[in-house]
Design a protein around this ligand. Structure first.
Ligand code: FAD
Length: 406
């Protein structure tokens, strides 16, 4: 996004990408594998997402709204809809009165330690861990409040041809305007002197420019050698970064659609207390694929498991939820993936979240006194959609504007 804005404004741009593909944490899998371009990374467009939606209009990409019925397996049996836990009115009231930021776990302990709030505390913790992939002992209460208050601003859904189509649109725009795009170009160091930067890649190639925009995920910032002022800013950056293991399991049939006498043919999301707790379908599309989600501290704990063991874990969770022996589930299996983003060398996790010190850290990282090295990407976005594609696009656009007006 940053490259496209700059190249369209007449700047000479070179994109250095470590992987052999564009998109990063947008990761479309080959259509043959799951019967459609399944998403190994980002999948949904959440909320208002103004920059994403504007880009989709420009690229003539439509949104497939999410629909269907959400089921819960929390009480040991499947039931439609997940009822809201008790005391939520009280929770939102206390949340609206917070002035000084603190981690959400501390907020819950301070106001809702009593046993009668157990269920509500568990539900909030699950949301923070599962949706934000965050550690509740670190996640900012004020940032979560912003996110929860802003959440229902627009229809949620998927891009009809997948997020890959958006990446392809941006990449072809960059090429059309003359940007150079180098794949397999892992950056090792960036030096800045006398108003120029020199960027070195692991294969020894060097590129010189007036400025560099660094958009790697936060854990990778410290792996790139930077001039001391930029290094200090990176070292002090307190930005949370959570992990996700995403499971994609393709079956021969939608065996769950009519299960145990229940009609689950329009199943959208399935929430449970199984080891892999959250699952969803491609509804309204009818592909016989279930996607599983294990996020936050629980995803960190499985770092040592290789993909086959993770897939077994996913199948075991489905067996538990549907009360079926794993063999019965395995019988219908066509293809499976379990993508542990924490073990991806160019991501080292899934997406960022705010701690009470993140907003300050973001402002500090955005101070570009020398005008040579700019930090950008989803972790630098300070609005309510942190950790999303919207955050990444908005941040890229903002950085390009800063350079163009500077
Ligand atoms: C499993 C998963 C599910 C998600 N679901 C959603 C969702 O449903 N909706 C949503 O909006 N968001 C979702 N997200 C978050 C979203 O994908 C990210 O916030 C967004 O794509 C980040 O974009 P970015 O450009 O900031 O970073 P990235 O996409 O990570 O781009 C950074 C790029 O830098 C490259 N790189 C790293 N190191 C180097 C180096 N040394 N040299 C050169 N290049 C390097 C990487 O290969 C990568 O291409 C999800 C993420 C994950 C992992």
């Amino acid at each position: 996004m940053a490259a496209r804005e700059l190249v369209r404004a007449g700047k000479r741009v070179t994109i250095l990408e470590a992987r052999d593909r564009c998109g990063g944490r947008i990761y479309p899998l080959p259509a043959e594998e799951f019967g459609y371009p399944a998403e190994g990374g980002a999948e949904f467009v959440h909320g208002a997402a103004p920059v994403t939606r504007a880009l989709m209009r420009e690229a003539r990409l439509s949104l497939l709204p999410r629909g269907g019925t959400r089921w819960s397996a929390r009480t040991g049996k499947l039931s439609p809809n997940d009822p809201s836990p008790p005391h939520m009115g009280r929770f939102y009231q206390a949340l609206s009165e917070v002035n000084a930021d603190l981690p959400i776990a501390e907020f819950l302990e301070r106001h809702f330690a009593d046993r009668r709030y157990d269920e509500m505390r568990r539900s909030i913790t699950r949301t923070v861990e599962g949706y934000d992939a965050a550690d509740p002992r670190r996640a900012s209460t004020l940032a979560l409040r912003d996110e929860w208050m802003a959440r229902d601003d627009g229809p949620h859904g998927r891009i009809a041809k997948g997020y890959g189509a958006l990446v392809e649109y941006l990449a072809s725009g960059c090429r059309r305007y003359g940007a150079a795009l180098h794949l397999g170009a892992a950056v090792r160091s960036i030096d800045g002197a006398r108003g120029r930067v020199a960027v070195r890649c692991c294969d020894g190639a060097t590129y010189e420019a007036d400025a560099a925009i660094l958009t790697v995920p936060p854990p990778l910032l410290s792996e790139i050698a930077l001039p001391s002022a930029a290094r200090k800013r990176v070292a002090a950056a307190d930005i949370g970064f959570g992990n996700v293991v995403k499971f994609l399991i393709r079956f021969a049939t939608k065996w769950w659609a009519d299960h145990g006498g229940r009609d689950l043919s329009d199943l959208s999301f399935l929430l449970s207390d199984a080891t892999v707790p959250t699952w969803w379908t491609q509804y309204p599309d009818g592909y016989p694929v279930l996607t599983g989600w294990l996020a936050g501290p629980k995803a960190d704990r499985v770092w040592s498991l290789a993909e086959p063991a993770l897939i077994e874990m996913g199948l075991g969770s489905l067996g538990e939820i549907f009360d079926l022996p794993p063999d019965r589930i395995r019988r219908d299996l066509v293809a499976a993936r379990a993508i542990n983003w924490g073990n991806d060398p160019f991501a080292r996790g899934a997406y960022s979240y705010a701690t009470p010190r993140t907003r300050k850290a973001q402002s500090m990282l955005k101070e570009t006194n020398d005008g040579l090295i700019f930090f950008s990407g989803e972790a630098l976005y300070a609005g309510p959609d942190m950790g999303t594609v919207e955050a990444a696009l908005a941040s890229g656009q903002e950085t390009a504007q800063t350079i163009l007006i500077g």
